[in-house]
Design a protein around this ligand. Structure first.
Ligand code: NAD
Length: 310
């Protein structure tokens, strides 16, 4: 399988100093002119490749948005308030960046006639009726974050139908890999790695029987590159591996990979926690040619190696 990749384009990556955005920037910078718009609220300047241009600013600011989008032909939109809990505490703040500023970015893309690859999320499905979760399954987001992501996922598709804008939404499941910092469930692997490498107990919420589909960063990047070059625009696709592990198994695997002597302990379950999550990836496979390439074991080894060095 070959991943087609954009070349000779002027590319904007919002949130390009963050975890996913910085990996994307590295994958694109040799063959494209890459601009990054990031307010460095959670991202860091150190992750920005030397040959990329960093526009330090807030996507919510119109002048900054204008500067970042003028002349671009491809936008990867990763900037977000990426915290389910944060969105529960500050729904207006979540909406301002995750929904309103995203809609404003779609407007800017319309003006520039730029393709938009949008970071959506498995959070839009809320508590699924069953797994694997297909794109057409019911969407009952359980947090303001999920509601905001669902709204822009809808907007992206309607912008294609209404205005002919080329959009692709990618509904990431649980991304992980080098460069990720701890936080919520998307960061459970970074939390466990930190704990295991410090020989401190790995803290599993509840019985640890909850399952997640962890997808390594290389495959998230691959999905973005396919989405940037496909003829199949206007769609929304799950990005996962199609497999899942329990959080308990994940903790055990990390203890094993790190060679840690840490114990695994169980703390109070988290209210509203989703029990099972696993992506049905048939659509992205057949329509974009996506194929997960990194097993959980290999991904954990590469991630642990990175944590050891940082
Ligand atoms: P991240 O926090 O590492 O990256 C987000 C980046 O956006 C950061 O660099 C941050 O500084 C920047 N940012 C935040 N608010 C901004 C603003 N107002 N203006 C400009 N920049 C701003 O998170 P990530 O894990 O790389 O996530 C990237 C995208 O993928 C997000 O949209 C997130 O919702 C989505 N997503 C991530 C996961 C996951 O497992 N990591 C899962 C589903 C969806």
């Amino acid at each position: 399988m070959t991943t087609t990749r954009p070349t000779d384009r002027t590319v904007l990556i919002t949130g390009g100093a963050g975890f996913i955005g910085s990996h994307l920037a590295n994958a694109l910078v040799d063959d494209n002119e890459v601009r990054i718009l990031d307010d460095l609220s959670s991202g860091t300047r150190a992750t920005v490749p030397e040959d990329a241009t960093l526009i330090e600013g807030d996507l919510r600011d119109e002048a900054t948005r204008e500067r970042a989008t003028t002349g671009v032909d491809l936008i990867f939109h990763e900037a977000a308030l990426v915290s389910v809990q944060g969105s529960v505490e500050d729904p207006l703040g979540s909406h301002a960046i995750n929904a309103t500023a995203t809609l404003e970015l779609l407007e800017a893309a319309r003006r520039e006639d730029a393709r938009v690859v949008l970071a959506s999320s498995a959070a839009i499905y809320g508590h699924p009726e069953g797994v694997p979760i297909a794109e057409t399954d019911p969407k009952t987001p359980a947090s303001p974050y999920g509601i905001d992501k669902l709204s822009v996922d809808h907007y992206a598709r309607r912008y294609h139908e209404l205005y002919g804008l080329e959009t692709v939404s990618l509904r990431y499941f649980n991304a992980y890999g080098p460069g990720q910092t701890a936080g919520d469930y998307s960061g459970v692997i970074s939390v466990f790695c930190d704990q295991a490498l410090a020989d401190e107990p790995l803290t599993v919420h509840g019985d640890g029987g909850q399952t997640r589909d962890f997808v390594f960063i290389d495959d998230i990047v691959q999905a973005n590159l396919q989405a940037a070059t496909t003829d199949q625009v206007g769609g929304a696709y799950n990005v996962g591996t199609g497999t899942s592990v329990t959080i308990r198994e994940l903790a055990e695997a990390i203890v094993d990979v790190t060679g840690s002597s840490a114990d695994i302990t169980h703390t109070e379950g988290r209210e509203g926690d989703i029990r099972h999550s696993r992506a049905d990836i048939a659509a992205i496979r057949s329509e974009l040619g996506y194929e997960p390439t990194v097993s959980l074991r290999e991904g954990l080894e590469r991630t642990v190696e990175w944590y050891r060095q940082h």
